[in-house]
Each structure stands twice: as structure tokens, then as C-alpha cells.
Design a protein around this ligand. Structure first.
Ligand SMILES: [Fe+2]
Length: 325
């Protein structure tokens, strides 16, 4: 009996320590770096700062200061794949944190379900289902339209079910196509303009054709692939949020396989820089920088922003680097 009590006590202490660490990890913000060789020969690199799933509230001083510091990386483009908000009063502080980027850098954004609806308490066990797409939104709307207005006034492109050009400061142009959040069935792939070729960039002289979405559902990637997208960029998964070292994410919260819960991969198959992946597009999933306020834990999955550097040379098989692959 005494042995049982001692073991129970030890397990309780270990569980408490794990929980305390998992809470601490939500504040261990990091910038991950990844290189994607998809530009034509002779093109200079393009640095994309990929932000996702900030889940900002007004009281997250440390996170907001970190977001504010990201302009120091001097990206050529910011891509924000949604779930920026997690509180009724989050718009002003998160926009203040993003101001240095909005003031000086072109951007592209899409919205996620958590931009529309305030977070609420859910049964944590539902998260372990393969696709926990229960329409359990709180029905307490968030002021996402205010955020959209500020982003667009800053010149950032709203890529929700839209396509168009984004011009970099050096004059080069990227072709963008995007969808609204597939997790809420809001995704509608925009049509191609009359006269455009069946696949590829729909913008004259574009140096790359990128797809942007919040939730990495397979039907969105199928549409992007058919559109000739070279690199699909998504968030939503939180990288699994709780990862088991040596095993990885338990879930993706969508129909993407858990092996691709975050990081740089090929889709549908091997990476395009592999001899087997010539018919694949690139896929980058950001693990995001936040959590729901009701589940403030991450394990083996640090909150992140990602500096995605596009480089020339699909033939440079060994140039892609991703610390998580
Ligand atoms: Fe999220």
C-alpha cells in the first residue's frame, strides 16, 4: 500500500512537472529557417516571413514583443496564414505588434476560423480525433473585419478565395492564389482569368506562383496543384501542438497526414528536389506561434515563425534545409 502511494505520488509530481514545462514552452518563441529551391536560374533569393496561428490576446506582452521584433529579419514578403486573433480586444495590440512589418513590407494574409469566432472551452479529448472538425464555434464573433481593413490599408493582399499579384520592393512580382478557411468549408478556389494558360502564374512576369491557405486540407492542395502552384503555404495544425519525441505529431486537426503536420515537404509525394518528386509541389506548414487560451500547452513543438527563403535551382537536390525533417 505504501509502495502504491509512493508510485502514485511520483507519477503526480512527474505529470505536474510535464504540465509546467508544456506551459513554459508556449513562451519559447523561435524563428525556424527553411530553404525552398524553386526560382529560375539568375533570380536573387526571396525571403518570406511565414506567420501563423498567433492566437493573440491583449495580455500576451512577451508574445507581442516577439512579433514586434520580427521585422529585424528584413523579409521581402510577409505571409500570415490566419488564426491571428483569440480575444475580442486583440486587434489593436496585435496590429501594433505587426506595425513594423506592415509599414515596410508587402504582405499576404488569409483568415482562419479563430479570426471569426472567440475561443471557448472544448473537450480536450476531441482534439485527438483524426479530424476534429466539429462545428463547435463559440458564435461570439470577433472583429476580424477591422483587422482585414488595417491589413489591406497597409497594402497587404487578402488572399481569401482570391488571386492576384504581389510586388516586392525590388520590383519583382509574385503570383498568389489563396482560399478562405477549409476547416469551416469556406474555401472556394478562384477561377483563372480569361485567356490565362491552364496552369501556372496568372500574373505577367511573375517569378513564382504561390498558394496560401489556413487549414491544409487535401482538397485545397489538389486545387493548388491543378493550378500549377509551386509552393503551398499553410498553418492551422499547430504542428500537432503536443509532439512525442521520435514519433512526432499525434494529430493535424484536418485530413493532412500527421507526418506533414509542420515543416517543408512535397505534395502529393516526395519533395520536388528529390528524383521521385518531380511531379510534386512544395508544401510548407507553419506550427504557429500560439494556442487557444484554454489549452496553453505545447510540447516538443515550440511556437514559431518561419523564414522561408526561395532560392534558384530545382536541381540543387541537397540545398533544402529544415531542422524538423
Ligand atoms: Fe490555430
Amino acid at each position: 500500500m505504501r509502495q502504491l502511494m509512493r508510485t502514485t505520488g511520483q507519477l503526480a509530481v512527474a505529470g505536474g512537472a510535464l504540465l509546467a514545462y508544456a506551459y513554459l514552452e508556449t513562451k519559447l518563441f523561435t524563428v525556424r529557417h527553411v530553404t525552398v529551391p524553386l526560382l529560375a536560374a539568375g533570380q536573387d533569393n526571396i525571403r518570406i516571413l511565414h506567420l501563423s496561428d498567433l492566437h493573440a490576446t491583449p495580455h500576451q506582452g512577451r508574445k507581442l514583443a516577439w512579433i514586434n521584433s520580427l521585422a529585424q529579419w528584413e523579409p521581402d514578403l510577409v505571409v500570415n496564414t490566419g488564426d491571428t486573433l483569440a480575444h475580442q480586444d486583440a486587434v489593436e495590440p496585435v496590429l501594433a505588434a505587426l506595425q513594423p512589418l506592415m509599414d515596410s513590407r508587402p504582405g499576404v494574409f488569409v483568415l482562419g476560423s479563430n479570426d471569426f469566432w472567440a475561443p471557448h472551452l472544448k473537450n480536450p479529448a476531441r482534439y485527438l480525433l483524426p479530424d476534429a472538425r466539429v462545428k463547435s464555434v463559440s458564435r461570439k464573433p470577433l472583429p476580424w473585419q477591422d483587422m482585414v481593413d488595417f491589413f489591406t490599408q497597409a497594402g497587404w493582399m487578402d488572399a481569401d478565395n482570391a488571386r492576384g499579384p504581389v510586388q516586392l520592393r525590388d520590383g519583382r512580382v509574385l503570383s498568389i492564389v489563396g482560399t478562405n478557411d477549409a476547416h469551416l468549408d469556406l474555401d472556394r478556389m478562384p477561377g483563372r482569368p480569361p485567356g490565362a494558360s491552364p496552369q501556372g502564374a496568372t500574373v505577367p512576369d511573375a517569378v513564382a506562383h504561390l498558394g496560401v491557405t489556413h487549414a491544409p486540407y487535401l482538397r485545397v492542395f489538389e486545387a493548388f496543384k491543378a493550378d500549377g502552384v509551386q509552393l503551398a503555404i499553410a498553418g492551422h495544425t499547430h504542428g500537432g501542438q503536443l509532439r512525442i519525441p521520435g514519433f512526432g505529431a499525434l494529430v493535424t486537426n484536418c485530413d493532412l497526414d500527421r507526418r506533414r503536420a509542420s515543416g517543408l515537404h512535397g505534395w502529393p509525394g516526395a519533395r520536388p528536389d528529390s528524383p521521385l518528386g518531380r511531379d510534386s509541389m512544395w508544401l510548407h506548414v507553419c506550427a504557429g506561434a500560439g494556442t487557444s487560451p484554454y489549452t496553453p500547452v505545447r510540447f516538443a513543438c515550440r511556437p514559431e515563425a518561419v523564414l522561408v527563403t526561395l532560392t534558384q535551382g530545382v536541381s540543387s537536390i541537397d540545398t533544402a534545409q529544415d531542422s524538423r525533417n
